[in-house]
Ligand binder design. Structure first.
Ligand SMILES: Cc1cc2nc3c(=O)[nH]c(=O)nc-3n(C[C@H](O)[C@H](O)[C@H](O)COP(=O)(O)OP(=O)(O)OC[C@H]3O[C@@H](n4cnc5c(N)ncnc54)[C@H](O)[C@@H]3O)c2cc1C
Length: 365
């Protein structure tokens, strides 16, 4: 399908099963998946977006949309991030890093404070409005190339198959699907954060990251969402969470006079462990990876912008290489790689920066 054909091809004309084959199945309705699905459906492609959870679903996140994410949302979804997905204080004014020598680096920048459950739900709704079929509470178990298509095994209250010319896997950091396809080893950072009621002598409009090795094995952070003070630590070995979390709280108490009245909830999650050089897995054959599945995550843990951008880039690669029934499989991965080269370079530059200010990152293996 070329761009001229896109204009002629009608949206929303296919009923499930009628056409027999999707152009593209996108797995995972996070920022990467919804961005890919929206772009393809807007161009008249028959798209299935599969999400294992019922939306809105929880996703552990600090929920800071940096300026770049705000601009990408506007560009890819045609609207500004709506107010109903935002929390207070809704404007984030930047990030303040403290390095291992206790020196502060301030990055003042316009940003937004959002809840991921409602933000991601809104993005998926926009993909649906553009013509993507959204299948929630449906688990993708496997995807396998067969002749000139990919067979995706799905499970909700029943187990069934769907087929597509191309699949984009955006199932996040754990990506069981990628590991099945590539046999890649698990390499994660575990994040742990608590939502507390209380007070602290810091400006609630900023996101604070602490790179001292005695506070975490990656970084520790503090931010505010609605009435919650959120304290987090990232570790390589989950058995060390309790130790680092308590070190971090004592540090915050000494340095910033934290007073906790009540701990309301805790969250434990996974992030890809981004290594120096920021290697990316782009996919295999007709299966592309985007977002954290591919390894797109800025080294300070900001991944909404790279999720949105890599999902869009995967969609662009398909638009350029899939013409009616004909897919230039060789070109697909190359074009995708070209579209994401700047993104990967940005990650590498950010890695160089954090390793220049903190020894935690210099020695990371
Ligand atoms: C504690 C923490 C704080 C963070 N804070 C920020 C922040 O403030 N700002 C920022 O920009 N980034 C932040 N990030 C990073 C950001 O959350 C991720 O980089 C981003 O969500 C990646 O988007 P994604 O679309 O690749 O994956 P996800 O957002 O993880 O989406 C993957 C989706 O796939 C679904 N899925 C998984 N497996 C299957 C399956 N088999 N079948 C169907 N569906 C499946 C999941 O349910 C999920 O909806 C943070 C991460 C953590 C852990």
């Amino acid at each position: 399908m070329n761009n001229k054909d896109n204009i002629v091809r009608k949206k929303n004309t296919y009923q499930r099963g009628e056409y027999g084959m999707y152009d593209v199945i996108v797995i995972g309705a996070g920022p990467a998946g919804s961005s890919a699905a929206k772009q393809l459906a807007s161009n008249g492609y028959k798209v299935l977006l599969v999400e294992k959870m019922k939306m809105p679903r929880e996703k552990s996140c600090s929920g800071i949309l940096i300026k770049k994410s705000m601009d990408l949302v506007q560009h890819y979804f045609g609207e500004e991030t709506p107010q109903f997905v935002q929390c207070t204080p809704s404007d984030n004014r930047g990030m303040i890093f403290t390095n291992d020598k206790g020196k502060e680096y301030r990055f003042e920048q316009e940003g937004l404070n959002i809840w991921r459950s409602s933000f991601d739900h809104w993005l998926a709704t926009k993909a649906e409005e553009a013509g993507a079929e959204v299948c929630q509470a449906t688990f993708a178990l496997s995807c396998e190339e067969k002749d000139d298509c990919v067979v995706v095994q799905l499970k909700n209250d029943k187990a069934y198959y769907e087929t597509a010319k191309v699949v984009i896997v955006c199932d996040g950091a754990v990506s069981a699907l990628k590991r099945k396809l590539l046999g890649t080893p698990k390499n994660y950072i575990t994040t742990y954060q608590t939502f507390c009621k209380g007070a602290i002598d810091l400006d609630y409009h900023y996101f604070y990251a602490y790179l001292q090795p005695q506070l975490s094995e990656y970084d520790a952070w503090f931010n505010v969402k609605d009435d919650y003070l959120i304290f987090g630590v990232a570790v390589k070995d989950p058995s060390t969470i309790e130790h680092y979390y308590s070190e971090f709280l004592s540090y915050m108490s000494t340095q910033h006079n934290v007073r906790i009245d009540k701990q309301i909830k805790t969250e434990q999650w996974i992030m890809p462990h981004i290594m120096p050089g920021c290697p990316i897995d782009f996919g295999k054959g007709r299966v592309l990876f985007a977002g954290e599945t591919a390894g797109f995550l800025n080294p300070m843990g900001e991944g909404i912008s790279s999720g949105l951008e890599s999902g869009y880039a995967a969609a662009q690669a398909i638009l350029q290489t899939y013409n009616k029934d004909l897919l230039d499989e060789q070109a697909l991965l190359v074009v995708y790689q070209e579209h994401t080269a700047a993104l990967q370079n940005y990650m590498i530059r950010q890695w160089r920066f954090v390793s220049s200010i903190s020894s935690t990152f210099v020695h990371m293996k």
